[in-house]
Each structure stands twice: as structure tokens, then as C-alpha cells.
Design a protein around this ligand. Structure first.
Ligand code: S3P
Length: 184
């Protein structure tokens, strides 16, 4: 594993990427290694609001969720932590500016096939919860990818082309990036 002993106290990576790309699980491992907490933005939102993500979407609609997401993002950025964001955080220009102001932002870029297989049938993800078949979820993810890839790209200091890469390998690639990243 790459040694970040000198720098690691100042590094607060923010992970972005589509649903299922491993932001929370890789974020947890990264936080452990950097010896900081993991803030999972979706969990933070759920704690603040008191309802689950599907409940917020169903009862209040997506625009309400996005406003809450923006408020919570502003609250957590800058904390000594690894932050795992929700897949749609980059939709707002304000959020993208906030992310760019808090580097390093790391984009976990996985293939739509990989993501669809991982998340199909997950009732906790309202954007795909109604999908009957894996093909429906794949179509949905491909359309989210078309819309969001340029937005992730616009924010990211580092893109990890994860493909089907396993988590330890992905973590190692992030470590290599962080070792060379100057904090600019
Ligand atoms: C969303 C992704 C989810 C969650 C919400 C909306 C999205 O987070 O914020 O369901 O728009 O892609 P994960 O990316 O952690 O699944």
C-alpha cells in the first residue's frame, strides 16, 4: 500500500460516480486508511430528515431531495473526512462548484453493465426501484451515464476507470493518485 503518512492528515477526498460504483464501500476503506471518518451523504440526509431516501422521493419529490442534498453537501464539505456523495449530486451547477472548491474529487467510473448487475432490484434506490428487468435498469443507467459523465468529468481531479475492477485494486489506484496529488 502506498505511504501517505506525510500528507494524509490534510487529504479529504470526495467520491463521486453513478449508483453502485462503490463510493460508500471504497470510501469506507479509504477513510480507514486515512484515519478519518467516512461521511456518506445519503446517510447524512436520512439522519437530518428522519425519513429514508425512498420516503423522501415518494412524499416530497426529487426537487425537494435535491435541495436537501445541496444543504447537506454544504454542511459536510471541508470536514476532515472522506465524503461519499449520492450519484446525482453533480446535477446542480452550485454543487459542482462546491465540489471543485473541495479537491480532491475522485470519480469512480464503472461500466453501466457492472452497475446494473450490482443495483438491479435495490428498493432503496428510487431511480431504479420500479425497473422490472435487468435490461430496464441497464437502459436507465446508460441514460444516466449519458447525462452525468460530462458532469462528473467537470468536477473530478482523478477519474478511476473502474471497469469491473475489484475493490482492493480500486483502492490501491486511488492511493497511487493521492500519493502524487499536490493538493492544488
Ligand atoms: C441518486 C443516487 C443515490 C441517492 C438517490 C439519488 C442518483 O445515491 O442519492 O437515490 O440520482 O443517482 P447512491 O449513488 O449512493 O446510490
Amino acid at each position: 500500500m502506498h505511504d501517505l503518512t506525510e500528507q494524509k492528515a490534510q487529504i479529504n477526498p470526495v467520491l463521486v460516480g453513478l449508483m453502485g460504483s462503490g463510493k460508500s464501500s471504497i470510501g469506507r476503506r479509504l477513510a480507514k486508511y486515512l484515519n478519518v471518518e467516512l461521511i456518506d451523504l445519503d446517510h447524512y440526509i436520512v439522519e437530518k430528515d428522519g425519513r429514508s431516501i425512498p420516503e423522501i422521493f415518494a412524499q416530497e419529490g426529487e426537487p425537494f431531495f435535491r435541495r436537501l442534498e445541496n444543504i447537506c453537501l454544504r454542511e459536510v464539505l471541508g470536514k476532515p473526512a472522506v465524503i461519499a456523495t449520492g450519484g446525482g449530486v453533480v446535477l446542480s451547477e452550485e454543487n459542482r462548484q462546491l465540489l471543485r472548491a473541495h479537491p480532491p474529487v475522485i470519480w469512480l467510473k464503472a461500466s453501466p453493465h457492472f452497475l446494473a448487475r450490482r443495483i438491479h432490484g435495490d428498493s432503496n434506490r428510487p431511480l431504479i426501484a420500479g425497473d422490472e428487468t435487468l435490461a430496464d435498469t441497464l437502459k436507465r443507467i446508460e441514460s444516466l451515464a449519458d447525462e452525468r459523465y460530462p458532469l462528473y468529468e467537470a468536477c473530478a481531479d482523478f477519474t478511476l476507470p473502474r471497469g469491473d475492477m475489484k475493490k482492493p485494486e480500486a483502492l490501491n489506484a486511488i492511493m497511487v493518485f493521492l500519493t502524487h496529488w499536490g493538493g492544488e
